[in-house]
Design a binder for this molecule. Structure first.
Ligand code: GLU
Length: 377
């Protein structure tokens, strides 16, 4: 049984494992104080899900906002990277304590995991995090995850917990992600416009869907906004995971959204194998290959990327590194792991395999990116 509507998210058969992502604006009130009562309600919903036979992984923001208040830092601790790192170090203690205490009221054990982008981008570390999550869930704990903001630097951070939640869902083998937001879901245009319609379903995050979202985070406290939610939906979709955006501002928001059938569900459109799903969700590429139209078409049909279709190479990378593949107009087509470093690809691009031995000085590999190491976007 697969997920086809919001109500299926409360069904232990169609969604045995959920990720609940809670943003800073919901968790932290004016003056930087935690919104205990609201959180107690949400924790009650987690306990209810557990009683139905569902497992829940929490991705919780709020460390920076809580810590900034405690340290008296301006701009909610987001004035500089150093401020955010310091604020997170202070706030995370309180945040974890809060979850632990409130889950404890229901006899549930909280387990804290602080992850960096690299923990999920590197295959070995990703599998390690996945194993830890699996063990915790089996032991009955509720993992409460945040980005390790105190050590993450600007270049290597998610920066928003929406994408982190989608990646965690992959690593944790979840069936669905619920992003609790301050809006009801995705609207077909700026929700401030009178004719704006809430979209109950989205099948595939197309360019038209992206055009409906604006980048601004309405609360000014978190860093998400609809753009990062759509990026999260794309990651989830590629991994065959459903993702819902619901309004978290009410008390007991999960039950409310399901009862009113109000929210947006991004339905998963494919089910890649676990390894390909991980590859498709990778956030950082070490370089890019621009390909001609014939090559882009061949890739869409499931082919490997051959040197003959490569027009240009961008960036410096090694064999085995992740690269983006774009068409001539700049549109992302795929991403995958390169069989050659950038310098070698520069030498053989535009050539056929019979000519490559002389150019490389050794027998060429079967492709520049093999289809087993390639995910269409
Ligand atoms: N990890 C950040 C925090 O705990 C929040 C990131 C976000 O705004 O999504 O404060």
């Amino acid at each position: 049984m697969s997920i086809a509507r919001l109500a299926d998210l409360a069904n232990a058969t169609s969604a045995p494992r959920l990720v609940f992502k809670v943003g800073s604006a919901l968790l932290v009130g004016p003056g930087g104080r935690p919104r205990r009562e609201w959180l107690a309600g949400l924790v009650g919903e987690i306990a209810a899900a557990r009683a139905r036979g569902q497992q829940v992984i929490v991705v919780s923001s709020g460390a920076i906002a809580l810590g900034a208040a405690r340290l008296g830092l301006a701009k909610g601790g987001r004035g500089s990277l150093a401020d955010a790192q310091a604020a997170a170090a202070v706030g995370q203690i309180g945040l974890a304590g809060l979850w632990s205490e409130l889950l404890g009221v229901h006899g549930l054990t909280a387990a804290q995991l602080l992850l960096t982008l690299e923990d999920l981008e590197d295959r070995r570390r990703y599998l390690n995090a996945a194993a830890t999550l699996g063990r915790l869930l089996k032991a009955g704990a509720v993992p409460v995850i945040n980005e390790n903001d105190s050590v993450a630097t600007a270049e290597i951070r998610f920066g928003d917990n929406d994408r982190l939640a989608a990646r965690v869902a992959q690593a944790g083998g979840a069936d669905a992600v619920v992003l609790f937001s301050d809006v009801d879901g995705l609207y077909d245009r700026n929700p401030a416009e009178p004719d704006a319609q809430l979209l109950p379903f989205v099948e595939g995050v197309t360019e038209a869907v992206h055009a409906m979202a604006s980048g601004a985070s309405s609360s000014g406290m978190g860093s998400g906004g609809m753009t990062s939610k759509l990026q999260a939906a794309e990651i989830a979709e590629r991994a065959g995971i459903a993702l819902a955006i619901v309004n978290g501002t009410h008390s007991r928001p999960f039950a409310r959204a399901l009862a009113n059938d109000t929210g947006t569900v991004f339905l998963p459109t494919r089910k890649d194998g676990a390894r390909k799903a991980w590859l498709g969700g990778r956030q950082r590429m070490n370089g890019a290959l621009v390909v001609d139209a014939g090559c882009a078409k061949a890739l869409a049909k499931g082919g490997s990327l051959l040197a003959s279709g490569i027009l240009s190479v961008e960036g410096e990378f090694q064999r085995g590194d992740p690269v983006g593949i774009r068409d001539e107009s700049g549109k992302p087509v795929a991403q995958g792991l390169a069989e050659y470093g950038s310098a070698e690809i520069e030498r053989i691009r535009g050539t056929r395999s019979e000519d490559q031995r002389a150019l490389l000085g050794y027998a060429p590999r079967s492709a520049v990116v093999h289809r087993d190491q390639l995910v269409l976007l």
